[in-house]
Ligand binder design. Sequence first.
Ligand code: DGL
Length: 267
Amino acid sequence: MGVFDSGVGGLTVLHECLVTMPHEDFVYLGDHARLPYGPRPLEEVRRFAREIGAYLQGQGVKLVVNACNTATSAALPQLQAELDVPVVGVITPEAHAAVQATRNRRIGLLATEGTVAAGRYAELVHALDAGVELVAVACPRLVPLIESDDPFGAETTEAVREYAARLKDAEVDTVILGCTHYPLIKPIFQRVFGRDVELVFSADETARKVAETLARKGYENDVDREGSYRFLTTGDPEAFREMGARFLQLPVAEVEHVELAELGVTA
Ligand code: DGL
């Protein structure tokens, strides 16, 4: 299977996939040369996602996981229309889980600027339950803080508190953490929101959806075998290896560099 993200954040999704489907083979591509996607125009992110989707399909994968919330917001329908293999994104599984979980039908969303601007979560949530109110807050400070040397520092807690305040005022009982990086600071979110608010993460919901898709289509590998995983980056392999283990929580061995030109990028 091919899994991609703008950087290492999607490794939280890969982690759940590896745990849920240890018999499958994975190739993960991080587009570090063009990270971050969050503040970029959606049109540009859509182009990046299409280049990577076509590249992974060319590597012979049987399914593509778009493990970036911003890229899923920008390009999931286009990828599904263009590729021959099934494409699973990170937004639909979370929207489903959130609609199922909410009791007061008020759901909060924390995500990048691009994801909030795209409005895909609101569309999906309303397709499932038109009576749900979705309150979305863009969190531009969080990705850089989570990637910093001190992700659990006071500044991160302060930023989470600031972004959470609007959702608390709106009395949401369920919050979608709609960005690949956010599972890394799960304890901070849990402490700020308290036990009465249900937190929905993309990683576990998406892995469940991928496993279900493979099973229903009959695409699963033999469950007795042990699968492999390997890494590609458009950026610096050494930096990927260092940061990657933190996000994957499993060993990150070989990381190969891929030139943007190999993705068909000419500019
Ligand atoms: N992967 C992005 C997402 O999930 C976060 C990092 C970025 O902005 O590129 O939205």
